[in-house]
Design a protein. Sequence first.
Length: 283
Amino acid sequence: MTEADLPAVEAFLAAHADHAMFALSNLATEGLARDGGQNAARSMFVWAWGDPVTAVIAITAEGMILPVLPREAAAHWAEIAPELAGRRAFGITGEAGAARAGFRALGLGQSGVALDRDEPHFALELEALEVPAGHDAFAVVAPGPGQRALMEDWRAVYHVEVLGTRPEHAAAMAKRDIEIALARDTYRMILRDGVPVSMAGINAAAPGIVQVGGVFTPPELRGQGLARHAVAALLADRRARGAKRAVLFAASEAAARAYVAIGFRRIGDYTLTLFDPVVEIAP
């Protein structure tokens, strides 16, 4: 596709934003990628069908496959397989039905994975956000350079626990992630008696809607309901800045309970698969 096609693609993705947040956010921040060009890691190669657009499959320059496909459009995987052949892929994420169809069509089931799971997918109209009891006991801060080292430590643990990252790679990846988070002001941290106890972030955003990610409470502080306070604080801030809706997917039953407690309702399942090592899509 070309720049001229972007408005139609973005309109389709916006209409399916609950399942398209990574694609929407990447287009907004990094734009389209070009074969043979100097591409930002999250710029995207995009294929779209229909006029108006009815289905989209994208892959970032660094290799994350992002399908936004209605159930009846799963056959598009067979059409796109020759275009994706030879490209490097480090993962696939999206609505479970669409992602699993691609997983099979591209032969990715034979590849080694660091992470491969279908997670419960949730949404919340932010006017219905339920702030937990006792929330006034916490201070809410936009973390800055003074919290950077702690955030990197927490994010490294998150990488290993939640994303299946190899421990020897976690610190470097956490450093990169937190550098971006601080530059874009996407995290909020809660403090109890002046001590940081939990944090939550936004991993994708589009007009009116945000996607929560990177929720973390240190192991020694878990079981106290801190994550729900961190997410509530983050979303109250985003609501004040104009967001109307939030989505997220839960990595554990405990996380799911925390999200339901503040008003989220399940809308389906969301697949997150990460390959280790990065694979080359076969012809």
